[in-house]
Ligand binder design. Structure first.
Ligand code: FAD
Length: 396
């Protein structure tokens, strides 16, 4: 998402743009996510409650899992994330993210409507289900912050939600409907439409794996291509390209899985099981079940056990039916410990720009981050202050 949206915004500002991707458009994390355009985002993804830590360490909690032994290398990042997830910094980081998310729907529509992809966006957004009164009680602070930001939401009883979603079984206690959010019915197809529009408007695309980036005579060179400015939008793989240039960002790797099911249940909204850490996402391909985080190294073999762990809980809420495909898809969330993306110019190299690290909300914030990035590349006013996302906040 970050690459295609950046290419479009730069093209719209009159730049000649060449988009490179090693495998194709929206084939990695932007392919198989939960598709929520989360304008109601006010707080970063929460760390697990301490009561869940033993089950996470032992590997039987779908909310999060550590792949052993390679995931242990993520422990310093996890500690940093935990410290930045205390109430005060978490609230500040949520507020810092608001300019990129509050108008996210309009920013998506500005890209998707001309691309003929509006039909891939559904007005039925996100609903969070709480299984117990205690679980609902635990969301008090988040609801206060949502209200403080004037984000529309409704608290629904079991009967009220079942009026909206009659195929949902009543095995929950209450729900929160975030009416300001929308969802993609097929994120990859929508992003492909946007990329096709970019090419139709004169943008260029090549499938190329960037293995080295060199600056010679004021131009950046990638193989036979050269340009004055280069933007790195390679999500969790950013360090692979940037390390030789003296940049190593503290990127956490939170992998996630999905599998589609031919469910007889007709579900309209994306349903978040607040207590079990998975999502039920209605997509063109069927009901997509997406999982929480898996801490692993980038190249470790996939292990979709969190899907299997979530399924008994899914069945308590809907008739899930048979899998629509064998096996599960895996994506890799590019996560900074402060849950803020890295947008801006390198402090070491002129013309080297970054737009990555969007973690759990890279679909939502992709278009607005791309707009900000393009405004910075061109120079002049930006639609929001770029400082919270500066790459210079990290020691390099
Ligand atoms: C299960 C799951 C559910 C999610 N649900 C949501 C959601 O509902 N809403 C939301 O907002 N976010 C969600 N996210 C997060 C979101 O998907 C990511 O933040 C977002 O997709 C990241 O986009 P990106 O463009 O930065 O990375 P990617 O989509 O991973 O793109 C990076 C691109 O870089 C390319 N690349 C890498 N290395 C090279 C190289 N050397 N040369 C050339 N190209 C290279 C890759 O091929 C890839 O296409 C979810 C993530 C997961 C895993």
């Amino acid at each position: 998402m970050a690459g295609v949206a950046s290419a479009i915004h730069l093209l719209k500002k009159g730049q000649r743009v060449l988009l490179l991707d090693k495998i194709g458009i929206a084939r990695e994390t932007s392919y198989g996510n939960s598709g929520i355009i989360e304008s109601s985002y006010v707080l970063p993804f929460a760390p697990p409650h301490w009561k869940n830590i033993p089950s996470i360490l032992l590997g039987y909690n779908p909310y999060a899992r550590i792949s052993y032994p390679d995931g242990i290398s993520q422990f310093p990042w996890m500690l940093n994330f935990y410290l930045k997830s205390q109430r005060k910094p978490r609230t500040q980081n949520g507020a810092a993210m608001r300019p990129l998310v509050e108008n996210a729907i309009a920013e998506h529509e500005a890209i998707m409507n001309p691309a003929g992809a509006a039909h891939h966006i559904s007005d039925h957004g996100r609903i969070k289900l709480h299984r117990t009164a205690q679980s609902f009680e635990n969301s008090t602070y988040e609801r206060q912050i949502i209200a403080r930001n004037n984000v529309p939401f409704e608290i629904l009883s079991v009967d009220q939600l079942r009026e909206l979603e009659p195929d949902l079984k009543p095995n929950f206690q209450s729900a929160i409907r975030l009416s300001g959010s929308k969802r993609y019915t097929n994120p990859a197809k929508a992003i492909q439409c946007a990329a096709d529009w970019f090419i139709g408007q004169g943008g260029h695309y090549k499938t190329v794996s960037v293995s080295s980036l060199e600056k010679r005579q004021g131009q950046w060179h990638v193989g036979t291509y050269c340009a004055k400015h280069v933007v790195i939008c390679t999500g969790p793989w950013a360090n692979e390209i940037l390390k030789p240039l003296g940049h190593t960002f503290p990127l956490g790797v939170k992998r996630g899985y999905h599998q589609h099911f031919n469910s007889p249940a007709k579900i309209m909204h994306t349903l978040v099981d607040a207590d079990e850490g998975y999502l039920i996402c209605p997509m063109d391909q069927g009901i997509r079940i997406t999982t929480g985080a898996e801490f692993a190294q980038l190249d470790t073999e996939p292990n979709p056990i969190q899907i299997a762990q979530a399924l008994p809980k899914v069945k308590e809420l809907i008739d899930i039916g048979d899998p629509a495909e064998q096996g599960a898809w895996m994506g890799t969330r590019p996560c900074m410990a402060d849950s803020l993306p890295v947008i801006g110019q390198s402090g070491k190299h002129e013309g080297l720009w970054f737009n990555f690290g969007h973690g759990h909300c890279g679909i939502t914030a992709g278009p607005s981050s791309a707009r900000l990035l393009s405004e910075m590349v061109i120079g002049g006013a930006t639609f929001c202050p770029p400082e919270p996302y500066s790459p210079k906040r990290f020691r390099q």
